[in-house]
Design a protein around this ligand. Structure first.
Ligand code: MOS
Length: 708
């Protein structure tokens, strides 16, 4: 057919659209990684160490190989050698956590020591459970304290987040302050458990490695596997069409590597899926933190001194830093300003990114400390924050591209009814309940990374977008459909977006709240070029007309500025001093997060983050047993998360924040919403508990036994 002048399309971005794959998901037509059928499929079952530190002396593979259906046993004696000397995504050091079966060392409980491959998952599991592993047991240490003698500051994010920042004279400014807060805040070990457990199927197909996987970025997985197995990236094809949640846990982990090894050795397609219990050891988690915050202010609340020091626990295998002290590097300035992220290396599994890594626990400490400072100064907590709005990045000195925090607080205070609040703590009663309200600020960086996209103008008048984006449940596929529709000036119904396939070229992962922004830039760039190619009336050949974009140069040319999303969190709680029960009655978040692409799914992202903040405030806590070195009760019965009954009336709103004049470098104005929703939510609840009871709770979660 021929093209016609496009209709004056209703702008799709900014209007609510249901998920384009929603029907497939609810009818079961959408296939997740563990569902995709393969002929000749074999199943691998990981065998995890039962000791917390030691050495594998022997693995009795012989008897297991005689069990029904068993095809192979893979361990450090017969596994392919891996290369772990390379620079990974975003300049990150390679994480040897996923480099399995390379040595006989057991660095923590739950370290993979073998993979049993069999004809069925049941046979693989039975054989894995029968496999006798003889260990030399060495003493282990998992107990973590904030004053551990072996802590040291460590840079995070490939050096983007330095271990220490420091300016001014803290002692002098604290001494000159009219009000000082000096407190310790703790957050426990927390685990992310996406609904869809991790699963990967590997097979060799005519000299090419194919991996059907559940991950947050197929290009990322290709890059890591190419490095680890010394393969040409072009010889690897990773597909990840539907992903049932990631939250930071779905990068390259032990099971994908083990699946590739097993497929290589057995010359069969091999699937390795993690059980919920295995995920506690192999999926990564958020480390516990101990944070000391010292704030010094003049009587009018202006900060003279700010000192935030965080210690988190990491593994001996890899230094993952829960960089909690980074919040104030963006949010608050002071004449003397010190932030520090330290780690203690212990015999535990490697922690990893978990929704708002750093910001989630860091904002709990900082925003709770600011509430304490507001009380000491006799200033409203919102007013205290607004008096401390920085002119430029407190550490970077860079200008802010946009800073919507004030607008969030103003709109939030209006909607929440903050002006009616009596600031005195512990004075509101309703029967047995004490009532209180609290607030906290939120921010999360708005980064963008190079991506490529292709758009084909099809002969039937439709458009197909191909980009190796990941929709980990965020609604990214739908958001990109709307972005592409507007950029092509056609209704969304004429656009098909295909994602989750590494053969579509390099693209940013669904991570760091950078996915939709990064991918949209690439989609819009391709759409622009395609529209230049399409002349009204021109004939489209059967194979369509395809153009490709690459935003590497565009992103490199972005001016260095502080770019972030912001939010103001509000909570109302009721506390029963007789039982210690805390009920959240109401949560309200107002966000300045750039142009909101799809209000329907954006609201779900933001309230989802806030609910996780509630869960963090009141429920979540993995207790690591010092004797055996693992979490007590590695399942979702013992690890408490918020349920429907815990979730109150909850609202997320946003303020107009898509003024591209504010950031002319970034005309789309799309920023991240994946993580900002959890930031500050736990602090707002903790501050509300203080307002209800007059008691400060500085250790999360605020369990009934702590309230009593
Ligand atoms: Mo997110 S913790 O960057 O997946």
């Amino acid at each position: 057919m021929t093209t016609t002048a496009p209709p004056a399309a209703v702008r799709a971005v900014g209007t609510g659209h249901v998920r384009v794959e929603g029907r497939d998901k609810v009818t079961g037509a959408a296939r997740y990684a563990g569902d995709v059928p393969f002929s000749e499929l074999a199943y691998g079952w990981l065998v995890l160490s039962t000791v917390a530190r030691g050495r594998v002396r022997d693995i009795a593979s012989g008897p297991v190989l005689d069990m029904p259906g068993v095809i192979a046993v893979l361990d450090h004696r017969n596994a392919p050698h891996l290369n772990t000397d390379y620079v990974g995504l975003m300049g990150l050091r390679p994480d040897p956590t996923c480099a399995v079966f390379q040595h006989d060392t057991v660095p923590h409980l739950g370290w993979p020591v073998a993979l049993v491959v069999a004809e069925t998952p049941e046979q693989a599991r039975e054989a894995a459970e029968a496999l006798a592993v003889d260990y030399e047991i060495l003493p282990h240490a998992v107990e973590f304290t904030g004053d551990h003698p072996d802590s040291e500051p460590v840079d995070a994010l490939g050096g983007h987040a330095p271990g220490v920042t420091d300016k001014g004279d803290l002692a002098a400014e604290l001494a000159a302050s009219a009000a000082v807060v000096d407190e310790e805040y703790t957050t426990p070990e927390e685990h992310h458990h996406p609904m869809e457990p991790h699963a990967a199927t590997a097979r060799w197909d005519d000299g090419r490695l194919e991996l059907v996987d559940s991950n947050q970025g197929t290009s990322w997985v290709v890059g890591e596997l190419a490095n680890l197995f010394s393969l040409d990236p072009a010889a690897i094809h990773v597909r990840s069409e539907h992903v049932g949640g990631g939250f930071g846990s779905k990068g390259v982990r032990a099971h994908q590597v083990a699946a590739v090894m097993a497929a290589s050795l057995t010359r069969r397609p091999v699937r390795v899926a993690l059980t919920r219990a295995q995920m506690f050891a192999l999926a990564g988690y958020r480390s516990a933190t101990v944070q000391r915050v010292r704030l010094g202010a003049d009587a009018d609340g202006r900060l003279r001194a700010l000192d935030h020091r965080s210690v988190s626990r990491t593994a001996t295998v890899y230094d993952f830093v829960e960089a909690s002290a980074g919040v104030a590097r963006v949010m608050y300035d002071a004449d003397a300003h010190h932030t520090e992220n330290r780690v203690v290396r212990l015999d535990v599994p490697t922690p990893t990114f978990m929704r708002a890594p750093g910001e989630a626990p860091g904002s709990f400490a900082m925003e709770a400390a600011l509430d304490e400072l507001a009380e000491k100064c006799g200033i409203d907590p919102i007013e205290l924050r607004l008096r401390n709005e920085p002119e430029t990045g407190p550490v970077s000195g860079l200008p802010f591209a946009h800073r919507g925090l004030r607008a969030c607080f103003e709109e939030g205070a209006r909607r929440f009814g903050w002006a009616r609040r009596d600031p005195r703590p512990g004075v509101r009663r309703e029967g047995r309940w004490l009532l209180g309200t609290g607030t906290a600020a939120a921010s999360f960086p708005a980064g963008a990374a190079p991506s490529t996209a292709a758009i084909t103008a099809e002969a039937d008048g439709r458009f197909t977008v191909r980009i190796s984006a990941a929709d980990i449940g965020t609604g990214a596929r739908t958001a990109l459909t709307l972005v592409a529709a507007d950029a092509l000036d056609v209704p969304p119904e004429r656009v098909t977006v295909r994602i989750g396939d590494s053969d579509f070229g390099f693209a940013m992962i669904a991570g760091g709240s950078m996915g939709t922004r990064s991918w949209s830039l690439a989609v819009v760039a391709a759409a622009r070029e395609l529209r230049e190619r399409l002349v009204p009336g021109m004939a489209i050949p059967a194979e369509g007309i395809t153009v490709r974009s690459d935003t590497t140069a565009q992103i490199a040319a972005l001016t260095a500025k502080e770019r972030h999303s912001y939010g103001a969190q509000f909570a109302e709680v009721a506390v029963d001093p007789g039982t210690g029960e805390v009920r959240v009655r109401r949560m309200l978040g107002v966000f300045a997060a750039g142009r909101i692409v799809n209000p329907l799914t954006a609201r779900g992202q933001l309230t989802g983050g806030m609910i996780w903040g509630l869960s963090m405030a009141l429920h979540e806590e993995a207790v690591r047993d010092p004797a055996f070195g693992g979490p007590v009760g590695a399942d979702l019965a013992h690890y408490h998360v918020a349920t429907h009954a815990d979730v109150p009336a909850i609202e997320a709103h946003w303020v107009p924040d898509n003024d591209s004049d504010a950031d002319p470098d970034d005309p789309l104005g799309i920023r991240g919403i994946g993580e900002v929703g959890i930031v500050g939510a736990a602090a707002a609840i903790a501050n509300a508990v203080w307002h209800a009871t007059g008691v400060r709770h500085r250790a999360l979660p605020i369990r009934p036994d702590r309230v009593l």
